[in-house]
Design a protein around this ligand. Sequence first.
Ligand code: NAD
Ligand code: UDP
Length: 317
Amino acid sequence: MALTAIVAGGAGFLGSHLCDRLLSEGRNVICVDDLSTGSEENVAHLASESRFELLRHDILVPLRIKADEVYNLACPASPPKYQLDPIRTTQVCVMGTNNLLELARHNDALFFQASTSEVYGDPDVHPQPESYRGCVNPIGIRACYDEGKRCAETLCFDYHRFHKLDVRVVRIFNTYGPRMAADDGRVVTNFINQALKGEGITIYGDGSQTRSFCYVDDLIDAFRLFASARPGFHGPLNTGNPEEYTMIELASLVIELTGSSSKLVYRDLPQDDPQQRCPEINLAKEKFGWSPRIGMRDGLQRTIEHFKSLPNRPLGY
Ligand code: NAD
Ligand code: UDP
């Protein structure tokens, strides 16, 4: 019989791509989402699929349905979005994850947790290996997400030790691609939409801070390799593309690829904005032979085409 996977946050950017992949592999998929930062639009193409169901539900409310696998991607991911209601963000990370862990425990299901490179905070080790314990400001404006996700990891590993739950924890580094919300405020969506509209490209700070960007298809490959591997390795596993760019370099590339006449405009750097971030992915290579295949030019071009194809291109954040 086909396995049933719950994808919490399945109407979001990453979650909708994961739903596609799981369906293509023959699973039944229940997408559990409160549609707070995701949208029905992201899964509209699955509406006629009999093995797919969209369940509008807030993971802060306990859920009891049958499942063989539970994927937890339910959480706002963009700094402006997760800072809008920071108390709720912490609650979703901690209590929401706890509710889904309970759901997995009742079903004896596999539990897959979307953690984040933000657990490393503003890192003083570069690039960041999984063994690095991070440098997070616990009382800053990013803490609701960073500390929330760190506590969610703690819960996962305690459920594993205490309840013998089969958990798999990925630490996702900045990932981009089609179906990101155009107005979500993250750098790739802001720059592309600003460039397509000929508006100023907003550089926060002096633009020398770095990020390493992974195209969504590569990330979903890593998810599936990790989730379908035999039990025994629970992570955490870094997933990301180690190609590192300053924000100035990213802006130049977006301007070049869109052929835009936009100019750079400078804005204040938000508090606690990490100065550098790059994944060390040796573990993913060793365990699963995984490394990203899609380079930045190719991935950005695909993402630009996606935003160009939208009927009403919304403004950047
Ligand atoms: P997204 O905002 O597009 O998706 C998040 C989804 O979760 C949305 O559909 C939203 O409606 C849903 N959601 C939020 N709170 C919920 C709740 N209480 N109950 C039910 N659903 C809820 O963001 P994304 O980029 O797709 O991120 C998905 C996951 O991956 C998040 O957990 C995020 O922390 C993690 N992550 C993403 C990145 C990245 O670069 N995209 C990096 C690190 C970690
Ligand atoms: N950033 C920027 N201009 C923008 C949006 C973001 O310069 O319009 C910067 C931001 O300050 C950060 C980097 O881009 O240094 C990545 O920001 P994003 O919000 O995408 O992700 P995160 O900070 O969580 O990595």
